[in-house]
Design a protein around this ligand. Structure first.
Ligand code: CA
Length: 226
């Protein structure tokens, strides 16, 4: 598994990384809040181990931001503080588990195993980002209380954008995926479907927008004014 460790105490971070590597996992370290958030937003981790007290931005704030951006990676929070309120705040911000320092290596591994094998209908059947949820079985796109059904091509295209938010998806990739290899469709067809999707996002009142990046492709971004 690819695991992100956000922890400013270098010794603890390195000890955890070494422990994970003996298990065959790959660990990446972030040693302060802002770099932890940035790494977390890459959305390519199987789990994130997140300290609470961090320079620059605390773990609760990082976690709330990740969840608000649609990132559902399992998160194990670490803290030296033992107050019940912290624990509650951690779980309220979207943590999957909470471990109080000092903890044993075995305890940490057991927690990680527990959160990464969670049965995950959310992880498997729904793609979400920002205020959008796309149900994979029904092609239903939901935002707040409203929903619309997507056509097959709209579904393929939005699925690509939702599964890698904040990254650019090229027109060529969209053509290959939604129309299949050898199709005679061209970039103009992609533009037409992108405009259909934009109308649907508008209709839903979503704050996600599909941004066009000239010559590069499209990117789904969160936080536009409704
Ligand atoms: Ca700390």
């Amino acid at each position: 598994m690819q695991i992100l460790i956000v922890e400013d105490e270098r010794l603890i971070a390195q000890t955890i990384a070494d422990l994970l590597e003996t298990q065959g996992d790959q660990a990446t370290l972030a040693l302060d809040g802002p770099s932890g958030l940035q790494a977390g937003l890459e959305n390519r981790w199987d789990a994130i181990i997140l300290d609470v007290m961090l320079p620059g931005m605390d773990g609760f704030q990082i976690l709330r931001t990740l969840r608000a951006r649609g990132i559902i990676t399992p998160v194990l929070m670490l803290t030296a503080r033992t107050q019940v309120e912290d624990r509650v705040e951690g779980l309220d911000s979207g943590a999957d588990y909470y471990l109080t320092k000092p903890f044993s290596g075995q305890e940490l591994l057991a927690c990680l195993r527990a959160i990464t094998r969670r049965p995950g209908p959310v992880r498997e059947n729904v793609l979400s980002f920002g205020d959008l949820r796309l149900e994979l079985s029904s092609c239903l796109l939901t935002c707040g209380g409203k929903s619309v059904r997507l056509s097959r091509k709209e579904f393929e295209i939005l699925g690509m954008l939702l599964s890698q938010p904040d990254r650019v998806v090229s027109k060529e990739d969209i053509l290959r995926r939604a129309w299949g290899p050898g199709s005679e469709a061209d970039g103009g067809s992609v533009e037409v479907y992108i405009s259909f999707l934009r109308k649907k996002l508008q209709h839903l009142g979503s704050r996600c927008v599909i941004r066009t990046l000239r010559t590069l492709g499209y990117r789904l971004e969160w936080g536009a004014e409704p």
